[in-house]
Every structure is written in structure tokens, then in C-alpha cells.
Design a protein around this ligand. Structure first.
Ligand SMILES: [Zn+2]
Ligand SMILES: [Zn+2]
Length: 161
């Protein structure tokens, strides 16, 4: 197994996990990687509108228990495509958490055909129905540490720091 290259599912999901580390809203650190034809076309994480303050500095802007400052990772990835003029039609998305209903609707309407997710997160029953209804699919990915054993932190890495 160690001679195997990292499978695509593991590779793209690891990218989503890496992106989640950049989240500025600490209520939930989420990352999303948009893929088309086995190429990463965009990435996103939970954060505020560019130019606004960050929850991590100013605390969350809570209304009815939700942070209204945050743009979800999935939306940020889709909006990056909108901003740069990249087609998402027929693509796939890798997310660290099962998308909320508004994100699921946006993902499907953007033509994404498959949602890969790492963690269940209040999986919305209507979102699940909708995914089936439009002929898309959702699949849970389990990351296997065996593929990350060779991950290098560089020759200057000092584990005591
Ligand atoms: Zn927040
Ligand atoms: Zn969402």
C-alpha cells in the first residue's frame, strides 16, 4: 500500500482540510475544494467578505445563534469561480462538513454533480432529497493516514517547536 500514490479522493479531501485551517470564523472551521476533470479549480474556507473584519479578531456577529458575517467555504469556492469566470458545470466539490441547505442549493445550481464530505454535520433532509432529485450524489470520504505517512515538513522541521 505504501508504494501506492495517494488516491484522488484522499488528495482532494486533504486539500479541503488544509483550506479549513485558514477559516477566520472559529465557530466551525470548514474547507471546500472545487474540482473539475481531476483539476482543482477553486478553494474556499469560512470567512468574512473581503475587506470586512474577521471573526477571529472581532468575535462572531451573532444573530439568532448564527454568525451572519461568515461566507461559507462552499460559497467562497463557487464565488471565486464567478469572480474569475471559471465554469463549475459538471464539477465535484470536496467539503470537510456536509453542506448546509443554502450551500447545497448553490452547489447544485452551479452544476456540481458530486459532493464528497468528510464529516456529517446536521445533514439537512431536504438537502439530501434535493441532491437525489437533481441527479447529483453525495459520498462520505474517510481519510486514511497511511497515505499521509510520507508527508514532508521539510528538512528544517523541528518537532520541539
Ligand atoms: Zn463568525
Ligand atoms: Zn453553508
Amino acid at each position: 500500500m505504501s508504494k501506492q500514490r495517494i488516491p484522488w479522493d484522499q488528495y482532494f479531501m486533504a486539500q479541503a482540510v488544509l483550506l479549513s485551517l485558514r477559516s477566520t470564523c472559529t465557530r466551525l472551521e470548514v474547507g471546500a475544494t472545487l474540482v473539475k476533470d481531476r483539476r482543482i479549480i477553486a478553494g474556499g474556507y469560512n470567512g468574512s467578505v473581503s475587506g470586512d473584519v474577521h471573526c477571529i479578531d472581532e468575535d462572531c456577529y451573532l444573530v439568532n445563534g448564527h454568525c451572519i458575517r461568515t461566507i461559507h467555504a462552499e460559497m467562497n469556492a463557487l464565488l471565486q469561480c464567478a469572480k474569475l469566470g471559471v465554469s463549475t458545470d459538471g464539477g465535484e466539490i470536496y467539503v470537510t462538513h456536509f453542506p448546509c441547505l443554502p450551500c447545497t442549493k448553490a452547489i447544485l445550481q452551479a452544476g456540481i454533480k458530486k459532493i464528497h464530505y468528510l464529516n456529517d454535520y446536521h445533514n439537512d433532509p431536504y438537502a439530501i432529497d434535493l441532491i437525489k432529485q437533481v441527479g447529483a450524489s453525495a459520498e462520505k470520504v474517510v481519510l486514511n493516514p497511511v497515505y499521509f505517512e510520507k508527508l514532508s515538513f521539510g528538512s528544517n522541521y523541528d518537532p520541539t517547536h
